[in-house]
Design a protein around this ligand. Structure first.
Ligand code: ADP
Ligand code: 5GP
Length: 217
């Protein structure tokens, strides 16, 4: 990933402890803003029954993942809850060519790596209303065995400890309200002056009025 200056391509990162609701919020964003392309990560985690290879994740074996690491194929990668997860550079390239922004569902380690290259990326941390509610949601989702559930719950405080690194925090209490806050962030970020500088400058150099309408993710 090149170290580019800010432009109107939106890089939006959602992170949270497992079970706080970021997949739920991501899915809402994806349906409302189809031009915000979801970055499909690679992982060595086994697929859940409802997951489809290439949709939620690219599911790969550890040697394949490690080979991709050696080939510098990832924009970022990390070990999370005992499995490897990474964002292939290709995901971001394709998003650049086909979309007006990219949405990452990645942990704080990945968020740090993306931000190191792209300080203009927007980090949103999703917080559960309480740790007890986090446990209820994780157990209610019923996707993990006991060992994985415990590992994820034990990791929650470690992940929350990194909240200070993010630009925004959303408490996912009521999902409608939480989504309202998230979409508010997207709408406001799209209006950031830095994202429109090129458009402003182009207008200033135009001899006559031009069509400035623009579809936005
Ligand atoms: P994450 O992607 O952060 O691990 P999920 O989006 O899978 O979390 O949500 C975990 C579980 O909690 C899911 O069963 C989801 O339906 C539920 N959930 C998400 N948001 C809320 C909410 N605001 N209130 C109650 N349950 C929620
Ligand atoms: P899950 O196994 O529940 O799908 O995801 C576990 C954790 O891995 C979540 O915190 C999720 O955000 C994170 N994750 C998913 N994909 C990536 C990725 O590509 N990179 C990093 N660093 N974390 C990821």
């Amino acid at each position: 990933m090149s170290n580019e200056r800010a432009d109107d391509f939106l890089l939006l990162i959602l992170s949270s402890p497992s079970g706080a609701g970021k997949t739920t919020l991501c899915n809402r964003l994806r349906s409302e803003f189809p031009k915000l392309r979801f970055s499909v990560s690679h992982t060595t985690r086994k697929p859940r029954p409802t997951e489809i290879d290439g949709r939620e994740y690219h599911f790969v074996e550890r040697p394949t993942f490690e080979q991709m690491v050696r080939a510098n194929a990832f924009a970022e990668w990390a070990e999370v809850h005992g499995n490897l997860y990474g964002t292939a550079l290709k995901e971001i390239e394709v998003a650049r060519q086909t979309a007006e922004g990219v949405l990452f569902d990645i942990d704080y380690q990945g968020a740090r790596q993306i931000k190191a290259h792209r300080p203009d990326a927007i980090g949103v941390f999703v917080l559960p209303p309480s740790l007890a509610e986090l446990e209820r949601r994780l157990r209610g989702r019923a996707t993990e065995d006991e060992a994985s559930t415990v590992r994820r719950l034990e990791g929650a405080k470690r992940e929350i400890a990194h909240y200070g690194f993010f630009d925004y925090v959303i408490v996912n209490d009521d999902v409608e309200q939480a989504y309202g806050r998230l979409r508010g962030i997207v709408l406001a970020e799209r209006c950031k002056r830095t994202r429109w500088a090129m458009r402003c400058e182009a207008l200033l150099t135009e001899a006559k009025p031009m069509n400035v309408s623009k579809e936005i993710p």
